[in-house]
Design a protein around this ligand. Structure first.
Ligand code: IMP
Ligand code: MG
Length: 179
C-alpha cells in the first residue's frame, strides 16, 4: 500500500483562502453557526474558520457512518451531539468528505427538524459520483471521482490525520503469477 499525494499543503491552503472569500458573500452579514463534523473535518474547520471574516459561533458534532476501514456500515449514529440550539440559526456544516451522502443527508434533516433557519454544507472534498442520497454541497474544496483519501484530517482506521497534504491510498501492486 502506498500514499500518493494528490493535493499539496499549498494547494489546500490556496483553496481554503478562496472558500474564505466565497462563503461570506452568501450570508449578507448574518450570524453563522459553524458546525465541525468530527473527527475528519477538524483541520479543515480550523483553517477555514480563520479565513472567514464573518460573525461566527462554532460547535462540534460527531457522526458515524463508517467503521474502522474503508467500507460503509450503511448506518448513521450521532456519537457526540451539538451543545448549541440551532433554532433559527444559519448553520454552516463543515465536513471533510461527502461520499454516499448518508451522513449529511440525515444530519441536515436533523438540523432542519430542530428548526435551523438555514443549512448550508461546506465540504473539503465532494465525491459527487458516489452519491446514493441527495446531498448538495454548497461550498466545495475539491471534487474527486474515486479513491480513498487520507491526510489533512482524513483517516484510514484513525491513521494519517496529521499529514499536511491529501493522499490517495493505492493498493499493493499485484504480484505477477508464477509461470
Ligand atoms: P458518507 O456518509 O458516505 O457521505 O460518508 C462520509 C464520511 O465517510 C466522511 O465524513 C468521511 O469521514 C468518510 N469517508 C468517505 N470517504 C473517505 C475517504 O476517502 N477517506 C477518509 N474518510 C472517508
Ligand atoms: Mg467525516
Amino acid at each position: 500500500m502506498t500514499l500518493r499525494e494528490i493535493f499539496t499543503r499549498d494547494e489546500i491552503a490556496k483553496r481554503v483562502q478562496e472558500l474564505g472569500r466565497e462563503i461570506p458573500s452568501h450570508y449578507a452579514r448574518e450570524k453563522v453557526l459553524g458546525i465541525c463534523v468530527l473527527k475528519g473535518a477538524f483541520v479543515f474547520f480550523a483553517d477555514l474558520g480563520r479565513s472567514l471574516e464573518i460573525d461566527m459561533e462554532i460547535d462540534f458534532v460527531r457522526l458515524s457512518s463508517y467503521q474502522d476501514g474503508t467500507a460503509s456500515s450503511g448506518e448513521i449514529a450521532v456519537k457526540c451531539d451539538l451543545e448549541s440550539d440551532v433554532w433559527d440559526k444559519n448553520v454552516l456544516v463543515v465536513e471533510d468528505i461527502v461520499d454516499t451522502g448518508l451522513s449529511l443527508y440525515y444530519f441536515s434533516r436533523m438540523l432542519r427538524s430542530r428548526g435551523a433557519g438555514s443549512v448550508r454544507i461546506c465540504a473539503l472534498i465532494d465525491k459527487h459520483e458516489r452519491r446514493t442520497l441527495p446531498v448538495d454541497v454548497d461550498f466545495c474544496g475539491f471534487r474527486v471521482q474515486k479513491g480513498f483519501l487520507v491526510g489533512y484530517g482524513l483517516d484510514m482506521a484513525q491513521k494519517y490525520r496529521n499529514l499536511p497534504g491529501i493522499y490517495a491510498i493505492d493498493p499493493p501492486e499485484e504480484k505477477a503469477a508464477d509461470a
